[in-house]
Design a protein around this ligand. Structure first.
Ligand SMILES: *Cc1c(COP(=O)(O)O)cnc(C)c1O
Length: 453
């Protein structure tokens, strides 16, 4: 099968997610055929350093035979059974225990799903059912943030704060309201980041008072917003959010779909920021993307009510606790443990990456290059002192991304921010390559920056 044949077939039959299909069909899709370590290869044999870990998920890197073997063995043993009618399978049960063991007792219970979006739907229903069971059924409202991302089911799109998604039948779930994101560069004005972090957190308090605390079920936020542009909140933000949730007795939900499983140099993002969630959806790094699987991690506080008061939660998926996906995830977590990848990100490659990435701040295009562990964002600015922005920000980001791509590096662009989220196994040489090629992209952009002002 020739390349042009496959591209033509794809254009004729395959509708891609989050893609302008008219443009894509005209241009032809890139066809990825192989992955090994931190690299992917396209059908023409070109090699790329995948500094985005697929879609924030391939934490252990590509091509691990251990996962392939675990999946092979599980399929031969038991390819499928459900966990609905009083049954389980060993992989699902052991996976629940293994995940809980990394939460320091905070999240002792696990509900399995197949994706981050399904996890969003699951905790949203669970949070409302929790308050119902506690005799406060009017506590239904969930507060989330503009420019947050929680998936693209109807509940995911509604809870997320993406305007373009809301515009496409994406704000249909009732009793969801949004507050601002803690994006200091864009909205902080003359405030210090610390003052601004407090101000943004206190929008939660204002919103609770506006809606009425007796109507608010939960607040949800990604520890660091991913798809929104790797927005790293000021240090004052999360502790204040915790204080407010405690003071008003509302559930705190941290969406750990990206931050979970080592990316920030902690097992979970809430541990990095020192907060104690009641519920935490996960997916992506749970299996390093080798098979689709997600989960909602549940605290004793919520689980006690779900188990002892609700009893039967009328919710679940045919593939909840799928044995093969669970076997892949178990082996993935074994690798993360045995190779000490979380510690590696915290103490070793993370600090190395920070230094290398930060070196880009001397570039004329760059306002800041920040990261926590191996989750990074680079902010471009038209004026480094006033924080003035390029008007054609989306085109600028795409331009830099495309130059990087031509030179063998996969990065992501969100407007005038370049995003990186490499596999946790990335080497120092690969980090150096990443920063070198990113600089090439920025150099190229500097020459044509007038086009984007
Ligand atoms: C990717 C993502 C989701 C959705 O996960 P899917 O598996 O794509 O449904 C939810 N929340 C966050 C923070 C994500 O990054």
């Amino acid at each position: 099968m020739s390349l042009s044949n496959l591209a033509a077939i794809d254009a004729a039959h395959h509708i891609h997610p989050f893609s302008n299909m008219k443009e894509l069909n005209a241009k032809g899709t890139r066809i990825i055929t192989r992955g090994e370590g931190s690299h992917i290869y396209d059908a023409a044999g070109k090699k790329y350093l995948d500094a985005f870990a697929g879609l924030w998920c391939v934490n252990i890197g590509y091509g691990r035979p251990e996962i392939a073997n675990a999946v092979f063995n599980q399929m031969n043993e038991l390819a499928y059974y459900n966990s609905f009618f009083g049954t389980t399978n060993p992989s699902a049960t052991l996976l629940a225990e293994k995940i809980a063991s990394h939460t320091e007792g905070q999240l002792n219970h696990v509900f399995f799903t197949n994706s981050g979006s399904e996890s969003t739907d699951t905790w949203l229903r669970m949070a409302r059912v929790y308050w119902q069971a506690k005799g406060q059924p009017e506590k239904r409202v969930v507060i989330s943030r503009r420019n947050g991302y929680h998936g693209s089911t109807v509940a995911g799109a509604s809870l997320g704060g993406m305007k373009h998604m809301h515009g496409q039948a994406g704000a249909d779930v009732s009793d969801i309201v949004h507050i601002s994101q803690p994006y200091w560069f864009a909205d902080g004005g003359e405030m210090s980041p610390e003052e601004f972090g407090l101000k943004m957190a206190r929008e939660l308090e204002d919103k609770i008072n506006e809606v009425g605390a007796d109507k608010v079920a939960a607040f949800v936020g990604e520890p660091i917003q991913g798809a929104g542009g790797v927005i790293i909140p000021p240090a004052t933000y999360w502790p204040e959010i915790q204080r407010i949730c405690d003071a008003y007795g509302i559930l705190l939900v941290t969406d750990e779909v990206i931050c979970g499983f080592g990316r920030l140099g902690s097992w979970f993002g809430h541990q990095h920021f020192g907060v104690k969630p009641d519920l935490a959806p996960v997916a992506k790094g749970l299996s390093s993307g080798y098979l689709p699987i997600g989960a909602v991690l549940v605290s004793d506080r919520v689980a006690d009510v779900m188990i002892n008061e609700v009893g039967d939660f009328f919710h679940g998926f045919t593939y909840s606790g799928h044995p093969v996906a669970a076997a892949a995830a178990l082996e993935n977590l074994r690798i993360i443990e045995d190779e000490k990848l979380v510690e590696r990100v915290r103490d070793d490659i993370g600090p190395y990456f920070t230094k290398a990435w930060k070196s880009l701040e001397d570039h004329d295009m760059v306002y800041s290059a920040e990261n926590v562990g191996l989750m990074a964002g680079l902010q471009m600015a038209a004026d480094k002192t006033t924080r003035a922005r390029y008007k054609k920000a989306d085109d600028l980001g795409s331009f830099v991304r495309n130059v990087c791509l031509e030179n063998g590096l996969v990065l992501r662009a969100t407007g005038d921010r370049m995003l990186a989220s490499p596999p946790l196994i990335i080497t120092e040489e690969e980090v150096d390559f990443m920063v070198k090629v990113t600089r090439m992209g920025l150099d190229a952009a500097w020459k044509v920056r007038a086009d984007y002002l």
